[in-house]
Design a protein around this ligand. Structure first.
Ligand code: NAP
Length: 299
């Protein structure tokens, strides 16, 4: 069965490579065509448009930045909807609004008899490279059963959450926690600095206790090495928190902590720091406190 992969950014490229490694025949398309190079060298076939790719793929995966981008690549000119065959399955690995995921699923089913799964992921660029992502799925369970072998090439934990949009609600929940952890880590590092205590020792000590989490395992080491590159771009973190706050408004949920965290990431975007890693939110706290955290280690 041929698998189409549309969107070879930080996440999509590694995920497509893992699908290839698992033995599937892979078709690719990326807006910036040159970014297909590595995956094509590994054996994938590159197409000129999403429509052409969809015509030749039983399963079509998308991994794009935001809701509008997914709508454009599916329903726009030369989009997936123009080429896709009845009975194919579209799987969207992007993080987008739950309501947009529902709209896409409804439109493609009604117009093409194509099932759409929302299947956003968590685990960062490292999880994408290692094929250890957590995948949260919304949509028809029978479609999930069919594409499961492909998803298993990308991730280790694959959960069917519920109908269309439910995977994106789950991802939004995930992002509430991730943002809170990044901001808390930033506050810890600035707090230690102001108190004159060695942050590396603090992190070493607390990551074995009740504060243990993925963020403490992965991000301090990068920050101590002076590395604030993504990982996960702050502009995308900001986008995800907008999805959360939009949904909170829609359903009438009060989420004061997430509202503040959304503002901190928005501040990064306004300072031209959207391309930095989400752990670089420590920079906002450095500005607020007029202090810089520990100098990078000499490499
Ligand atoms: P990225 O590196 O910025 O890649 C974005 C991809 O989307 C690129 O292939 C880009 O094409 C394409 N794209 C964006 N807008 C487009 C449009 N209008 N038309 C066609 N292609 C378009 O982002 P990423 O980190 O891979 O993230 C992708 C998705 O995964 C996002 O929804 C993000 O929230 C989610 N996610 C990311 C992570 C992470 O750790 N990075 C973790 C979990 C989930 P070009 O190459 O032409 O720009």
């Amino acid at each position: 069965m041929s698998v189409g992969y549309v969107g070879l950014g930080l996440m999509g490229k590694s995920m497509a490579l893992n699908v290839l490694k698992a033995g599937f025949s892979v078709n690719v398309w990326n807006r910036t065509a040159s970014k297909c190079g590595e995956v094509v060298s590994a054996g994938a076939k590159q197409y000129d448009t999403p429509a052409e790719l969809a015509k030749h793929s039983r399963y079509v995966f998308t991994n794009l930045s935001d809701s509008a981008d997914v709508l454009e690549v599916i329903f726009g000119k030369d989009g997936i909807a123009e080429g896709i065959q009845e009975g194919s399955i579209v799987v969207d690995n992007s993080t987008i609004k739950p309501s947009t995921a529902q709209e896409i699923a409804k439109r493609l089913w009604e117009s093409k008899k194509v099932h759409v799964l929302d299947a956003p992921v968590s685990g960062g660029d490292i999880g994408a490279r290692n094929g250890t992502l957590t995948i949260m799925v919304g949509g028809e369970e029978s479609a999930l059963t069919e594409v499961l072998p492909v998803l298993q090439a990308m991730g280790k934990s694959i959960t069917h959450i519920g109908p269309s949009g439910a995977g994106q609600v789950c991802k939004a929940a995930n992002q509430i926690m991730v943002a809170a952890q990044m901001v808390a880590l930033g506050e810890i590092l600035v707090f230690n600095e102001k108190c004159g205590v060695d942050s590396e020792k603090v992190i070493q000590a607390i990551k074995g206790g009740a504060a243990q989490c993925w963020t403490l395992d992965v991000k301090p080491e990068r920050l101590f090495a002076g590395n604030r590159t993504p990982g996960f771009k702050s502009a995308l973190q900001s986008k995800d928190l907008s999805i959360v706050m939009d949904s909170a408004k829609e359903f009438g949920v009060a989420m004061p902590t997430t509202a503040v965290n959304a503002q901190l990431f928005q501040s990064m975007v306004q300072h031209g720091e959207g391309e930095l890693d989400n752990s670089a939110v420590v920079g906002v706290l450095e500005r607020l406190n007029n202090i810089a955290i520990k100098e990078p280690k000499k490499q």
